[in-house]
Design a protein around this ligand. Sequence first.
Ligand SMILES: C[S@@+](CC[C@H](N)C(=O)[O-])C[C@H]1O[C@@H](n2cnc3c(N)ncnc32)[C@H](O)[C@@H]1O
Length: 183
Amino acid sequence: MILKQIVLSLLLMFVIFFSLRVIYGLLVFMFKRNTLAMYIPSFNRHIRLMKEHLKLVPGKKLVDLWCGDGKAMRFFDRTFGVQADGYEIQFFPHFYGKILNKILWYPDLRLLKKNFLLADIHGYDYIYVYLLPQQMSDIESRIFKNMASGALIISNSFQFAIHKPYEVIKDRKWKPSIFLYRK
Ligand SMILES: C[S@@+](CC[C@H](N)C(=O)[O-])C[C@H]1O[C@@H](n2cnc3c(N)ncnc32)[C@H](O)[C@@H]1O
């Protein structure tokens, strides 16, 4: 009986926490327009797709330019053994991501609370982005101008306005889902 109550309470706390997280993302997106992108971690179906199709080299450097709580970074670290850095501008996703990295033991991930516009992306082999088309086109010229010449851009769900991907990974329903670019 007590065990059932504990399990139900934990479940309730879990549901409340995740609902608050979504509401927080929506409110920030509505009222604080300068953050540009809503805090939505990559979906598991996209993560599975990248796991099946990407071949990243262990030890190479990856940056998630708008990393949220670092969910995608943790995936890239545990699946491919790349060294991942992430830039996040908002307090909550950054703080929550740091706690998750401690609890789930990802000591090598660097979650930086900084505007990605200040990032030097030249040193990275892989650049991961998960942004809406408008935001993609806002940052397109900056990314292509500053990235290293051999670097690979992995874009989740959306495409750049001008540059064309050299490969498109489709999901099981043949929907284009992951877009790969080189300079
Ligand atoms: C769609 S979420 C990122 C999800 C994460 N990349 C993942 O795949 O799990 C977008 C995040 O970008 C952050 N963001 C918006 N503008 C930013 C900026 N200029 N620099 C760094 N982070 C920014 C937002 O706060 C938001 O948490």
